[in-house]
Design a protein around this ligand. Structure first.
Ligand code: FES
Length: 105
């Protein structure tokens, strides 16, 4: 479910964008975050807690916690609540602690 208008903020929904999450194809809109697209698609569990492996959903939704860390296009520990959706993104849930990212350059 998505809001159609906001009482305070003006926003424009972008074009439809396809991406994958854990191997399954999803659709969202340009100008929205990955978390918004997944939430609209009914995904509620964003990750597992690193120690006890409990499910974690969106918490702050402003990039200040670690509840939504995922691997995006091979880069681990991306906060998907502040990462904008782009066509063809490959989003994967993370189990346990994320690994360090080593750039190929
Ligand atoms: S939900 Fe807190 S950083 Fe994304």
């Amino acid at each position: 479910m998505r809001i159609q208008q906001h009482p305070v903020l003006e926003f424009q929904r972008g074009e439809k964008v396809k991406f994958t999450f854990d191997g399954k194809e999803y659709e969202g809109f340009a100008n929205e975050t990955i978390a918004a697209a997944l939430t609209a698609a009914g995904v509620r569990v964003m990750r597992e807690s690193p120690v006890l492996h409990r499910p974690r959903g969106l918490f702050c939704a402003i990039g200040n916690c670690s509840s939504c860390l995922m691997t995006v296009n091979g880069e681990p520990n991306v906060r998907i609540c502040v990462e904008k959706l782009r066509p063809g993104m490959v989003v994967e849930s993370q189990k346990g602690k994320g690994v360090l990212y080593a750039a190929e350059h």
